[in-house]
Structures are given as C-alpha cells and as structure tokens.
Design a protein around this ligand. Structure first.
Ligand code: MG
Ligand code: MG
Length: 257
C-alpha cells in the first residue's frame, strides 16, 4: 500500500518554498490585473506569460489532460474552469484563480477569489470574507501533533457558522514534489481523525464554500468545470502550507492574502 503521507526533506522543502513563492507571485499579479472586459482565455494567456517569467511551468497544464495553464472559475463555477475566448468577464462577476507552478522539482498550489468591482453585495462580500477566514482557521490548526480532522473541523466550523454549503466532492491534499500527494485534507470532518501532522509535511488547504447547496456537478461537455448544482455563487481560497515544529509556514504567502 502507498504511504498515507509524505515527509519532505529539507532540500525538497527549499525547492517547494521557491515554487510556492513563484505561485504566489503569479496569483497576486493575476488578482491585480484581471478586469472586466477580458476573456477568460486572455486571463489564461496572461497566467502563462507570468508563469514563464518565474522560470517555472504550469503544474496544471496537461495534468490528467487539463487544457489550461491555470483554473479560472467564475460565479457558480467552483473550481477547474478553463479559459475560453467567448467568456468575457463583467464587473458583476466573481472570479476564482487557481495557480500551480512547478519549479526545479518543487510545486506550489494556491487559489484566490475576488469580485471585479469595488462594492459587492453584502452576501457576496461575506462569502469571500468567511471562505478566506475558514482557510486561515484551517491553517491555524495545521500544527504538529494535531490531526487532519483538526484542520477540517476548523474550516467546517467557520463555514457552518455562516450557513455556507461546504463542497465535499473536492478536498485539499498533500503537495510538494507532486501536485497531489497523500493525505487528503477534507473541508469537513469525516469519520476518522486521519493522520497525525508532522514536521516536513506540506499540505494544500483549500476550502470551497457556496452561498447555497454543497452539491456540485461537472460540466457535461468540457468534463472539467465544477459548478454548484443550484447555480449559487462559490468561493475558493487555497494556500500551500508547511508543517513545522512550531507554527505552520504559509509557503504561498504574499501581500494579497
Ligand atoms: Mg489549487
Ligand atoms: Mg489544490
């Protein structure tokens, strides 16, 4: 049986740290530069150029056959949206950018959701605010000696306090030298407490919360885009986090988050 988790060596962690910084750079530049009037294909092309600037490559392009450089998921799209020439962003849209950069053997994975106008409806503002807060609560629980379920519980508590639907079909994951490594990091408590957190583990923690139902469907045609079943808005925030002897280190930290 495959090992249920990965402990990265100090040398690997150095590479993961650099890849995660490149990931954060691309994410933040996109958040700064994406605006109404762009097509989501243009966003993908901008992402490709930014990733090239870092000297890395997209960790998503070609992964399981994924055709984009990043995932761009708009409004009711939860994750795995693909840039399209005919999808023009409007100022009423909320946009989730999910970026993975592979650089010299390390990989970072990070997502951020934002509105394209200053003033958002209160419900949308709260969805974005508390999804991000649930991520930070999950990260705060990602300390050595805790279990995966402690991260899940911290996220779930924030989500439930605000009555958001927690997507269950998709989960966070180990990350570092491969895009997806064990263990899974669910955003809700499952039956068991899961594995114990140890220094050297790297986790991509990524709550996906909906204004409505937790149920999602996959696009029948592109076979990738995940949407809320009731078409309610969805938000997604993600950081790549290193478990240490002390506090967790957010490897994809930069000024946006
Ligand atoms: Mg991601
Ligand atoms: Mg991820």
């Amino acid at each position: 049986m495959a090992k249920p988790f990965v402990i990265h060596t100090p040398k690997e962690i150095e590479k993961i740290r650099l890849a995660a910084q490149a990931t954060a750079y691309v994410r933040d530049e996109l958040v700064r530069r994406v605006c109404a009037g762009m097509s989501t294909l243009e966003v993908d092309q901008l992402a490709a150029a930014l990733i090239a600037e870092t000297g890395g490559r997209s960790a998503f392009l070609g992964y399981g056959g994924f055709p984009g450089h990043i995932c761009i998921s708009v409004n009711e799209e939860v994750v795995h949206g693909i840039g399209r020439a005919d999808r023009i962003l409007s100022c009423d849209d909320i946009v989730s950018i999910d970026v993975g950069v592979a650089l010299d053997g390390g990989i970072g994975d990070s997502a951020f959701t934002f509105g394209l106008k200053e003033e958002l409806p209160i419900a949308v503002e709260e969805l974005l605010k508390y999804t991000q807060e649930s991520l930070m609560a999950g990260i705060a629980a990602a300390v050595c000696g805790n279990y995966i379920a402690d991260i899940s519980r911290a996220i779930q508590t924030v989500a439930q306090n605000h009555n958001f639907g927690i997507v269950r079909d998709l989960v966070g994951h180990g990350c570092g030298t491969k895009l997806h490594e064990p263990p899974e990091v669910p955003n809700y408590v499952r039956g068991s407490r899961g594995i114990k957190l140890q220094p050297g583990m790297v986790l991509a923690i990524e709550p996906m919360l909906n204004l409505g139902t937790d149920k999602v469907v996959i696009d029948r045609f592109d076979k990738w885009t995940v949407r809320t079943r009731d078409k309610s808005l969805s938000a997604h925030f993600e950081h790549t986090v290193l478990i240490t002897d002390n506090q967790p280190e957010i490897l994809t930290w930069q000024k946006t988050m």
